[in-house]
Design a protein around this ligand. Structure first.
Ligand SMILES: Cc1cc2nc3c(=O)[nH]c(=O)nc-3n(C[C@H](O)[C@H](O)[C@H](O)COP(=O)(O)OP(=O)(O)OC[C@H]3O[C@@H](n4cnc5c(N)ncnc54)[C@H](O)[C@@H]3O)c2cc1C
Length: 518
């Protein structure tokens, strides 16, 4: 079978030509194998994605390729499950290192993993080693595994977003997110099991101008945009122009971060490293004009950490001239300024060259609009402790659905609030894959409840220092930084990235970050 994307593209072209003017119950399009259904026939309302003939496995449709979705399909046994990943992104993003890529400490490539590759890039390396060592028996075995996999693919990616779920008929409707393919050409995918792992969006509190002018840090695309903005004509290059007044230089080189949680703090720290380690060599005359400011409505930053650690971070920032303005409420954002209610309750306008917005999570619009599952007040999907969702029935009853699961930032277990972190998302995903594999092997469907193993929290605060709050107590400074780097290095997925990440850390330390703009 060709790639699903290609199959989809072919199908859509074929369908458009074959679509009748009058409605028919079922039409089979010979070349593409795509069927059209009337809404009342088996529940299909759109074209149906073709299923592989003679595939005895159950189909697991996974919505999302983030921490939850990616870890789920990587650990599902392909012997028992055919995985279809529906996501607008063809890759997984290793978010803890995203701030590093926004300032060039790491290249964007090393924090993403291709969904299709499933993090198995090691195969090519081990193939070469086997050939070199002439271990023909192993090479033969590997070839036969590959042949099997090519007839029954382990994971299929559909670059699309889910728009609707029909739990009664086990159908999810998706809308393609591929250039030149009409997003209105929605189609249906039939599932045996469905995992909803679509994550959340960035919270803006509907503050005017945020969506238009602020930069978010959720994806590699955002990181690349931020990096370009810092280096381009809007910040350093513009400020360097001799025509600029001192006041204008100060505005252009004012880097504002709204949100003093771990993401905002880590970005401020990485930005400070970039300026301190590299930019000051290229633009020494501009250094007196550079300012980094973190704004937060709360009384202190890093509220998820113990006060002693957040105070340590605040002191470290103040020593490095990073301003922290707490008790400040942003009211409006324009293309070059923030209107705030300041610490004294007065209105104030703050000009900026770059504004990064990181004030928490807002529900994914798909989840917000999904009225077939039970949700809590924050619009998180509510699950039982085996991650099953509660289906809402027309009469108002909520019934546990054993074939639909929700995990990651978009879901919460009833009566047990857990933070929206990669740690929780990946643990839930690994738990679910284990239970599904066990169910397929033993045919029993009783799941053990999910138990979260809290491994603590950590944040980088710049200058090779970090804070770590774990089961073994609190660590701060250089030792914490080593723990921080060690933890994220070991959690990175593919062997390729495990090799590239330390190489970038080392070369950037030795030669400086790449500040070229393209
Ligand atoms: C910069 C940054 C740093 C972070 N650092 C840490 C850290 O150090 N430690 C930690 O524990 N956590 C960290 N987090 C939080 C962590 O990344 C999230 O908790 C985690 O990504 C949640 O995983 P998820 O799979 O639920 O959602 P996501 O990772 O956001 O993935 C959601 C997926 O769903 C897809 N999607 C969206 N809508 C649809 C749709 N309608 N249909 C289909 N697919 C859809 C998206 O494209 C994406 O692939 C960080 C987050 C950020 C942004």
């Amino acid at each position: 079978m060709g790639s699903p994307t290609r199959v989809l593209a072919r199908s859509l072209t074929g369908c458009a030509a074959a679509r009748p003017k009058t409605s028919l119950n079922i039409i089979r399009h010979a070349s593409a194998g795509v069927r059209f259904h009337e809404p009342d026939s088996q529940g299909f309302r759109h074209k149906q994605m073709p299923l592989l003939a003679k595939d005895p496995r159950q189909t697991v449709v996974i919505l999302g390729s983030g921490w939850a979705g990616y870890n789920l399909f990587r650990h599902l046994d392909p012997q028992y499950y055919r995985c279809i990943v529906v996501s607008p992104r063809s890759y997984f993003v290793f978010t803890p290192l995203l701030a590093s890529t926004a300032v060039g400490t790491l290249e964007t490539r090393v924090v993403i993993e291709s969904v299709r590759d499933k993090g198995l890039g090691w195969r090519k390396l081990s193939d070469v080693l086997d050939d070199m060592l002439k271990r023909k028996d192993i090479a033969m075995k590997r070839k036969s595994i590959k042949d099997n996999e090519s007839s029954l693919p382990t994971v299929e990616l559909v670059e699309a977003i889910a728009t609707d779920i029909n739990m009664k008929d086990k159908i999810v409707t998706v809308s393609p997110r591929i250039p030149d393919v009409d997003a209105n050409e929605t189609f249906d995918i039939k599932y045996d099991k469905l995992a909803i792992a679509v994550g959340c969006y960035s919270q803006t509190f509907n503050i005017k101008g945020v969506k238009e002018y602020a930069f978010f840090l959720k994806d590699v695309v955002d990181a690349r945009r931020i990096r370009k903005r810092i280096l381009e004509r809007k910040c350093f290059e513009a400020a360097n122009l001799f025509l600029m007044s001192q006041e204008r230089k100060r505005e252009l080189l004012h880097f504002c971060i709204v949100g003093g949680g771990p993401t905002g703090v880590e970005f401020a720290a990485e930005l400070h490293d970039l300026i301190n380690d590299d930019m000051q060599h290229y633009y020494p005359n501009l250094m007196p004009y550079v300012q980094i400011t973190i704004f937060d409505v709360a009384k202190s930053i890093l509220g998820t950490f113990d006060r002693s650690l957040s105070e340590y971070a605040e002191q470290h920032f103040r020593r490095h001239n990073i301003e922290i303005r707490t008790g400040v409420r942003v009211q409006e954002v324009t293309g070059h300024s923030l209107r705030i209610k300041n610490e004294n309750g007065e209105d104030e306008t703050v000009n900026y060259g770059l504004l990064v917005w990181s004030t928490g999570l807002a529900p994914n619009p798909f989840v917000a609009g999904c009225d077939v599952v039970v949700k809590d007040k924050r619009n998180n999907i509510v699950t039982d402790n085996c991650l099953n969702v509660y289906a809402k029935h027309a009469n108002g009853d909520a019934v546990l659905n054993k074939d639909v699961f929700a995990l990651g930032d978009c879901a919460q277990i009833e009566h047990g609030y857990l933070p929206a972190t990669a740690q929780v998302a990946s643990q839930k995903a690994k738990y679910l894959s284990k239970e599904l594999n066990r169910e397929a092997k033993s045919k029993g469907d009783e799941y053990k409840p999910f138990v979260f193993n809290n491994r603590g929290v950590m944040a980088y605060i710049g200058g090779w220092r970090a804070i770590v709050q774990g089961n073994g107590g609190e660590v701060k400074g250089r030792t914490a930084w080593l723990l921080w780097r060690g933890a994220y290095f070991s959690m990175s997925v593919s062997i390729k990235n495990k090799i590239l990440i330390p190489i970038y850390w080392f070369t950037n330390w030795l030669f400086g970050r790449d500040i070229s703009r393209f």
